[in-house]
Design a protein around this ligand. Structure first.
Ligand code: PLP
Length: 371
C-alpha cells in the first residue's frame, strides 16, 4: 500500500497534495502505515477526526467534508485543529461561522460545489445532478455573498468531489481541469483570494480486471498544463489507495442446489463485506482448496459449474457473486475475495444477526503486525 501511494503521487506536479480519504478504510494500523506517505487525511465525521488523532497523533494534517454538519462537529474541528472544513450548504456556512465566532477562532473553509453537469460517467456520481452533496453551481454566488457576513470563516477556495471510481484517466483530467477553470473564474469574478482547490478522489479501480491500473501518469500529464501558478491543488483518494491490499477469506460451509441453480454457503457474507451487494457486482474471488475432511460421509462438491456465493445472513440480498463458473468447490474449501481493502468491512452492517466478526490480520513485508 505504501508503494502504491508512492507510485500514485510520483507523477503529480510538485506542490500537489495527496490526502487519504479515511472513509475507504479507517483501520488505525492502515492509517499509521499511510501517514508518512500522504499529505494528510480527509475525514467525514467527528469519529474519523478522533480515529486519525488517536492512530497517528496530534500533528498530522486533517481536512473535513461531508454533507450534514452539527455544532458538535465544528467544535470538534476547532478542538482537534482540523485544518479546513469543506462546507456544503449556506446553512452550514452560517452554523460554522457562529460556532467559530463563539470560540474566538477563524476557521478556514472551502466551498464544496455540486456541478451543474452533465458530468462523465463513473460508478458513482456525487455531483452534476440532484444529490445531497455540495452547493449547487447556480447557488455559489449566493454562498460567496453569505461569506461576507461570516467574519469567523476564512475562504480559501473550492472543493469538488464529483465522481467515484472513474476509470477514464483522460476524462477525469478533463473534469478536474473544467472544475479548476470554474474555481478560477469565480475567484476572478468575485475578487476572491483562491489559495486551494480540492479536486476530490474518484480515481478508479477495475474489479473485473485485477491487473488493470488507473493511468496516473496520463492523468497528471493531461492536467499539468492547467495547473500553472497556484492555487494549491489537493486530491483526497480512498478506493485506489486501499482496494488492492486486502483479501476477505471465508470458509465454504455448505453447497446446495435450488431450482436448478448451485449455491455455496459461506461462513461470512455482506455483514463483513457489503461492497459487492451495494454495487450489485460479482466480486472477484478464487477458491483455495483445503484437503482436510473430518466427517465419515461423502464431501459435497461441485465441479465445472456456475455457482452463486451466498453468505450466512437470512436475506436473499446476502450474495457476493452470482453464477460464476468454478472448476471445483467443496465444503471446507476457502473462498478468497480479492481487492477487498476499500469500502469493504468499513461499510458493512457487522452486527446484523450477531454473527462473529472475522479475524483481521495485518501483514507488513510478510510479518504479522501487532494490533
Ligand atoms: C468528499 C469525498 N472525498 C473523497 C472521497 C473518496 O473517494 P474515492 O474513494 O472514490 O477516491 C469520497 C468518497 O465518497 C468523498 O465523499
Amino acid at each position: 500500500m505504501q508503494r502504491q501511494v508512492r507510485d500514485l503521487t510520483a507523477p503529480l506536479p510538485p506542490g500537489t497534495e495527496f490526502f487519504y480519504a479515511v472513509k475507504a478504510n479507517n483501520d488505525p494500523r492502515l492509517l499509521r502505515a499511510l501517514a508518512p506517505w500522504v499529505s494528510g487525511f480527509e475525514v467525514a465525521s467527528s469519529g474519523e477526526v478522533l480515529r486519525v488523532r488517536e492512530a497517528v497523533g496530534p500533528s498530522v494534517r486533517i481536512v473535513m467534508g461531508g454533507p450534514a454538519r452539527t455544532e458538535d462537529d465544528i467544535r470538534m474541528i476547532l478542538a482537534h485543529r482540523v485544518e479546513r472544513l469543506h462546507v456544503e450548504s449556506l446553512h452550514a456556512l452560517r452554523l460554522a461561522n457562529a460556532v467559530a465566532a463563539r470560540a474566538g477562532a477563524i476557521l478556514p473553509i472551502l466551498l464544496r460545489v455540486n456541478l451543474a453537469g452533465p458530468v462523465p460517467g463513473a460508478t458513482l456520481t456525487m455531483g452534476g445532478g440532484a444529490t445531497q452533496f455540495g452547493i449547487e453551481q447556480a447557488s455559489i454566488p449566493d454562498a460567496i455573498a453569505v461569506l461576507d457576513e461570516c467574519g469567523a470563516l476564512r475562504f480559501e477556495g473550492f472543493h469538488f468531489h464529483t465522481v467515484s471510481n472513474n476509470r477514464d484517466a483522460a476524462g477525469h483530467a478533463a473534469l478536474c481541469a473544467a472544475e479548476l477553470r470554474l474555481a478560477r473564474g469565480w475567484a476572478q469574478e468575485h475578487g476572491l483570494d483562491l489559495r486551494t482547490v480540492n479536486l476530490g478522489g474518484g480515481w478508479g479501480v477495475d474489479y473485473a480486471d485485477l491487473d488493470w491500473r488507473f493511468d496516473v501518469a496520463g492523468f497528471a500529464r493531461a492536467l499539468a498544463p492547467e495547473l500553472g501558478q497556484g492555487p494549491r491543488i489537493q486530491f483526497e483518494c480512498g478506493r485506489i489507495v486501499a482496494a488492492y491490499h486486502a483479501a476477505y477469506l471465508c470458509e465454504v460451509l455448505d453447497l446446495k442446489l435450488s431450482h436448478g441453480r448451485a449455491f455455496a454457503l459461506l461462513r461470512g457474507g455482506t455483514h463483513h463485506f457489503r461492497l459487492p451487494s451495494s454495487w450489485s457486482h460479482d466480486h472477484p474471488f478464487r477458491i483455495i482448496p483445503r484437503d482436510r475432511w473430518p466427517h465419515p460421509w461423502p464431501r459435497p462438491e461441485f465441479t465445472d459449474r456456475e455457482i452463486t456465493l451466498a453468505g450466512e445472513l437470512c436475506t436473499p440480498k446476502d450474495v457476493l457473486a452470482r453464477e460464476v463458473t468454478v472448476q471445483r468447490v467443496r465444503v471446507g474449501d476457502l473462498v478468497c475475495f480479492q481487492m477487498a481493502g476499500a469500502y469493504g468491512w468499513d461499510i458493512s452492517h457487522h452486527d446484523f444477526l450477531c454473527h462473529a466478526h472475522p479475524d483481521r490480520l495485518f501483514l507488513s513485508e510478510g510479518e504479522r503486525v501487532a494490533a
